[in-house]
Design a protein around this ligand. Sequence first.
Ligand SMILES: C[S@@+](CC[C@H](N)C(=O)[O-])C[C@H]1O[C@@H](n2cnc3c(N)ncnc32)[C@H](O)[C@@H]1O
Length: 288
Amino acid sequence: MGIASVREGERSIVGGEFPFTDRDFKQIAAMLYADAGLALPESKATLVYSRLAKRLRALGLESFRQYCTLVSEAEGAGERRNMLAALTTNVTRFFREPHHFEHLKAEVLPRLLQSARRSGRVRLWSAGCSTGQEPYSIALTVLSLMPDAAEFDVKILATDIDPNVLTAARRGTYSQTEVSPIPAELARRWMIPREGGALEVGEAMRELVAFRELNLIGAWPMKGRFDAIFCRNVVIYFDEPTQHRMWGRFRGLLQPGGRLYVGHSERVTDDGFRTAGLTTYALAGGRA
Ligand SMILES: C[S@@+](CC[C@H](N)C(=O)[O-])C[C@H]1O[C@@H](n2cnc3c(N)ncnc32)[C@H](O)[C@@H]1O
């Protein structure tokens, strides 16, 4: 490396309490990409600084250089997970992008739930489920059509890379503001009132959903295929080649007649899919 590039690498890119250089940013971005497939453009440097400054303070470190050294070493593996959690976006809502749940209810579930009553197997997947609002919205949609669904072979797999969000999801208690998008009738029937207008998911919802830690860019242990996959507002943080690979992997795990729901700003680039509604995809050549 020449003197000019060393100077370039050592330039502080965000002013503040802790020195934070180009080199630190690039190293953090490379780790995030390697661990989770997340692409971090340099325009996010201020965000990285503000989210990780808290970690530096908590650990009593003096610079991002020290932090990078820590998270690069084997002893820093736990902190590396904290870094990943601090840098991922977990924003979610009940019934976010409601047209997907309307589509699921009207076009996909009636046939599947009929088959479940005749001993069929129904599998739905919320990939990148964050704090649980998405899989629980799927569960409420299932219960709205089939109140006794938990007695049949109907399962919603909910996965995320971040164990902290999964802990919150398993707890399943949401504030009054968080539950406001849930139709009142569904909330009354399937959730349990808690202090201050909060609601906790009831037993029937819990029985339908299984939470598991899973890194989407790693190996997937699931063997069976899914009737619907929700992967919304997750791949948007991946670079294009990683997104493209993801679509192909979802294709391989979708039942004929299955549906893939993606986020409002995401587009499926895999030729094996065709559009089946707004940000809704079906296997090309599959039945409608
Ligand atoms: C913005 S939230 C989306 C939540 C929900 N799907 C929705 O649309 O409301 C993105 C979630 O993706 C998870 N995530 C990011 N990278 C991941 C990866 N490589 N594997 C699995 N989950 C990942 C994050 O931890 C976060 O909980």
